[in-house]
Design a protein. Structure first.
Length: 666
């Protein structure tokens, strides 16, 4: 036994406190009135009985309590001999790297051959790892099972992660309580190392034995492709691609654009040594529907699978949006339509209707609905709009003079407080004093400083999100979630009367971004990396069946998962087809992480440092080898403090009892 803070043992001197309480304190006698002592004989009475210990049990409790306090703060510990790992029962873990880079040349074949040579003569376990670890066998001594598991390992499309491997091996060592000999069959790619070296610390009792299966590090790759997700006109589409070389010399590469299996165009590009170069195609003309795009290079290197990069592109008709306005005020429609349909590649077509005409239209046919200073709506129209929004639709409400006389904002359901007016003469106007750049309607186009607002309708924002405020703190842009849909309120109009916003450069991007946000055009992605998750449904589609076809043409999820799964992990490169019951089908292009294309291995110094983070016997100055007994300090502080609490309770109870007896005797 020892003490981490022995100086606190000086507190044992406080044991004298209970001695003073029970023995040395002055005995006091309560004087009693008496008539006369003249007939009493004077004698000396012994006080020895007053110096005797009383309440011995209480005295012992108090003494022990003080002593334990001093001992506890001295932090006592016990030395215990432990055998962390059992000598002679080593587990041999055969870890095969099946990440994307192992597709290069004969790396996978060499790794399997090396693992097969060790699949016998003792307990072993086989696992494969990329971005995740897959245990292929339990710990066993059957060479037939071990070799079968090794032969089943094939290189995949995921990114390698040595940190995930080490975490799994540490868990194997902990659960088995035996030393682990980790045989790593990998190309030891440098990109597989984590940013923090502590994440690959092997831990006590784990010994790393690397078996390099790499090869030449030079590799060309089609690193990325930029193409629009959707197109709405017959004009040709612009596609940009980036070619990268890792450990390569300066060379000229031929780049081909492929659409639906047909080569559209071919260009050449000169790539500097170990650098990048871009190439642009202006010849892609997409057909209606989903199109499978691909850009290829002629690399002639060992890793062919990264010589192509996939992308998907959809040709569709512009979506219709409904613009409802008062018959006497069409100016807002003029500016809104000009802003939304001004780009050559517009995604929307505006259908205008007066309030009276809108009563005969179904909002469900439109991507979103705009209410431009309409004032109170007919109960039937507002009811349809509410149902439309709750089902996932979207409404944009612009407020003006007609809206100011209403008690509340339609569909938004918040109270209209007042309309604020400013004259155009002098400096009497409001400006947008605060904008939320995180809101999709504003984004990076937040140059509203010069916009003058002469009229704004103050609305109680309630629990709505405020994305913009005027200089007098009037909420200018608000959003509220209603059911599965959304309602945006712009506290002014889209004409040039209540403000001069339409004549500023920020108006067009604001209208375009708001329209895309309301129509949910930018939700989801058409190009993802292997290992990413793809959302299959939203909350309103719960229980609806979704069919997913993987790149090989097989179903990627079971029938049970088709009705329950919220997302799916994309495990392979290629095209995934997603068929939803609402006819909203997707074609998702999936590519391997191009960090796997850098085939450079970890440096020998890093590998040596990694090996030394394992078994203590391999570390200079290590305390003990695996299987040897060693002493470890075990703190008993908590046990002493629990005993102190128990003694304090007993002392309090016993002290109160004796005090009650003394009072009764008095």
């Amino acid at each position: 036994m020892g003490f981490l803070a022995p100086w606190f043992l000086g507190g044992l001197l406080a044991v004298g406190l209970p001695v003073w309480l029970h023995l040395l304190r002055k005995h006091k006698t309560t004087p009693l009135p008496f008539s006369s002592l003249m007939f009493f004989e004077q004698r000396t009475q012994s006080s020895i009985k007053h110096r005797r210990l009383r309440y011995l049990v209480l005295f012992a409790l108090r003494t022990a309590l003080v002593a334990l306090f001093a001992i506890a703060f001295a932090q006592p510990y016990l030395k215990r001999l432990t055998t962390p790992l059992v000598s002679g029962k080593t587990i041999r873990v055969l870890a095969l790297d099946n990440s994307f880079s192992m597709r290069a040349g004969d790396r996978m074949e060499r790794a399997r051959a090396g693992a097969l040579s060790l699949a016998g003569g003792g307990r072993a376990q086989v696992l494969a790892f990329g971005s995740q670890v897959h245990l292929l066998t339990e710990v066993n001594s059957d060479p037939v099972k071990l070799r079968a598991a090794i032969r089943s390992v094939e290189a995949g499309d995921t990114r390698g992660s040595f940190a995930e491997l080490v975490r799994a091996v540490r868990q194997i060592a902990k659960s088995s309580q035996a030393p682990v000999e980790l045989h790593l069959f990998s190309d030891l790619q440098g990109s597989g190392m984590p940013s923090s070296f502590a994440d690959v610390r092997l831990g006590e009792g784990v010994q790393l034995v690397p078996h390099p299966a790499g090869g030449p590090a030079g590799n060309w790759t089609l690193e990325s492709v930029r193409a629009p997700r959707r197109v709405y006109t017959s004009s040709k589409v612009r596609v940009q691609a980036t070619v990268a070389g890792f450990g390569t010399e300066k060379a000229t590469r031929r780049v081909s654009l492929v659409l639906n299996g047909r080569v559209i165009d071919t260009r050449t590009v000169e790539v500097p040594a170990g650098g990048r170069a871009s190439v642009e195609f202006l010849s892609l003309e997409a057909a209606y529907g989903m199109n499978r795009g691909e850009v290829r290079i002629d690399s002639a290197d060992a890793l062919h699978e990264d010589d192509a990069c996939y992308f998907s592109i959809e040709r569709a008709e512009p979506r219709h949006a409904l613009f409802i306005h008062e018959a006497s005020n069409p100016r807002g429609l003029l500016y809104f339509r000009a802003a939304l349909e001004s780009p050559s590649e517009t995604a929307f077509q505006i259908d205008a209707a007066t309030v009276e005409q809108a009563a005969n239209l179904s909002p469900a046919r439109y991507a979103f609905v705009v209410l431009s200073d309409t004032g109170p709506l007919a109960p039937g129209l507002e009811k349809e709009l509410r149902s439309y929004v709750r089902a996932g639709g979207a409404v944009l409400v612009a407020l003006g003079r007609a809206s100011a006389v209403a008690a509340r904002v339609p569909v938004f359901d918040e109270k209209v407080e007042e309309a604020r007016y400013s004259g155009r003469e002098g400096e009497r106007f409001q400006t947008a004093a605060w904008l939320d750049p995180a809101h999709p309607s504003i984004g990076k186009d937040d140059r509203w400083d010069d916009v003058k607002f002469y009229q704004a309708v103050r609305v109680d924002s309630g629990k709505a999100r405020v994305a913009a405020r005027l200089s007098d703190q009037t909420p200018l842009l608000m959003e509220k979630q209603v059911g599965e849909g959304r309602v945006l309120v712009f506290a002014s109009t889209f004409d040039n009367i209540a403000n001069d916003f339409p004549i500023h450069a920020a108006f067009v991007p604001f209208i375009e971004q708001t329209a895309r946000y309301l129509a949910r055009l930018d939700e989801g992605q058409a190009n993802l990396l292997v290992g990413s998750y793809l959302d299959l449904r939203n909350a309103q589609e719960k229980g609806a069946s979704v069919e997913v076809i993987d790149p090989s043409g097989a179903r990627a999820i079971s029938l049970d998962e088709a009705t329950r799964a919220q997302n799916i992990q994309l495990a392979r490169a290629g095209f995934y087809e997603v068929h939803r019951p609402n006819k909203r089908d997707d074609l998702v292009a999936v590519n391997a992480d191009r960090r796997e294309s850098d085939l450079a291995a970890v440096t020998p110094e890093t590998l040596a440092l990694w090996e030394n983070t394992g078994n203590k016997a391999a570390v200079p100055g290590g305390s003990a080898a695996a299987g040897e007994e060693e002493s470890k300090p075990v703190s008993v502080w908590w046990y002493i403090m629990l005993l102190v609490v128990a003694l304090a309770g007993a002392e309090s109870w016993l002290g109160n009892r004796h005090l009650g007896v003394d009072k009764e005797a008095a």
